[in-house]
Design a protein around this ligand. Structure first.
Ligand code: SAM
Ligand code: SF4
Length: 328
């Protein structure tokens, strides 16, 4: 019987983010250092069967409604369309967060396998800066990837842009214009203290409020909808040219409405991006546990979910894992 998966604050988990790999073909400076990354050995990564089983448990026991594939770079995982095909059999909204570099080739197969929506990360429209931020000179490929995702029928296609002071904060309006022209929603994300290099500082965060001020000076905005469990605060352009969003994870956290949990590539369940504890589901999966036992472990972990992260306060403890090791 389906029962709600709720924490001690009454928040229900309906959205699972599944990391399918900790590896990536990019080295975004706010995420992964160029060197000194220690990749998980292949045998430690959940197999497609194991991911499918956990997803089934979330749906069958707890009525999960949305499942997002992420990483690392999810498209770096071999045979990803096969995993999508398996998960598409579940009654969930199935999406992916990707750097877009392989979508030119993969958007069609992923859509054909049953993927519904895609979010593509794009932090700069300037070729040299894009290469500097990501460590790869492939801006054109990513732009083609976004077009390929739209052409393949993935809907909606959104763009995530992490704003880092002194890196790309002068591109707010250009990125928004790009979204308006391509018919994709751009979401400006605040830089979070989850970078692998540990170089985050509060001065590098571009507050969502500032992004909105800059945007509305050029393109007048109207609030689009109640925020709900979605992290993005969304707005409509007054002239009808689409929508735009900001994700104020640092300056205006949305923890009280959070409806998500995360599964790392090696099968650790995390109730929060910033959790300092997690539950090893792989040990249960590989140790012969029944579905009910795994469901109980999921419930116990979610029950322990804290009220929210404490970025900016003395009590904040940075998690041992960086963004790419959790699954953003
Ligand atoms: N590789 C895929 C991508 O880049 O879209 C998926 C994984 S990536 C970790 C997921 C999202 O996290 C991306 O939109 C990325 O820009 C964002 N991200 C990574 N490090 C971040 C940080 N320190 N603060 C805020 N967002 C970050
Ligand atoms: Fe790779 Fe995504 Fe991290 Fe960039 S943000 S290094 S693309 S995992």
């Amino acid at each position: 019987m389906v029962r709600p998966l709720v924490d001690s604050f009454g928040r229900q988990v309906l959205d699972l983010r599944v990391s399918v790999t900790d590896r990536c073909n990019f080295r975004c400076r706010y995420c992964m250092p160029e060197e000194d990354m220690h990749w998980l050995p292949r045998q430690e990564i959940l197999t497609f069967e194991e991911i499918e089983r956990v997803a089934h448990i979330f749906v069958d026991h707890f009525g999960l409604t949305s499942l997002r594939l992420t990483g690392g770079e999810p498209t770096a995982r071999a045979h990803l369309p096969e995993l999508v095909r398996r998960l598409a059999a579940l009654p969930v909204e199935l999406s992916i967060t990707t750097n877009g570099s392989t979508l030119g080739r993969l958007a069609g197969p992923l859509a054909a396998a049953g993927l519904h929506r895609a979010t593509v990360s794009l932090d700069s429209l300037r070729r040299d800066r894009f290469a500097e931020i990501t460590g790869r000179d492939v801006l054109a490929q990513v732009l083609e990837g976004i077009d390929a995702a739209v052409s393949a029928g993935l809907a909606p296609v959104k763009v995530n842009a992490v704003m880092v002071r002194g890196f790309n904060d002068d591109e707010v309006v250009d990125l928004a214009r790009f979204g308006r022209e391509r018919g994709v929603e751009v979401r400006f994300i605040e830089f979070m203290p989850l970078d692998g290099a540990g170089e985050w500082s509060a001065e590098r965060v571009v507050p969502a409020r500032e992004v909105l001020e800059r945007l509305s000076a050029v393109f007048p905005l109207v609030p689009f909808e109640q925020r709900g469990p979605q992290p993005a605060e969304r707005f409509r352009y007054l002239d009808g040219a689409g929508t735009v969003g900001v994700v104020a994870s640092v300056t205006r956290p949305f923890c009280e409405a959070c409806d998500r949990a995360r599964l790392t590539a090696e099968g650790a369940l995390r109730s929060c991006l910033f959790s300092v504890r997690e539950r090893d589901l792989r040990a249960l999966l590989r140790g012969g546990a029944q579905d009910d036992e795994i469901a109980q472990a999921i419930e116990d972990e979610v029950a322990s979910k804290w009220a929210g992260h404490a970025i900016g306060r003395v009590s904040f403890v940075r998690p041992a894992r960086s963004m790419s090791q959790i699954g953003g």
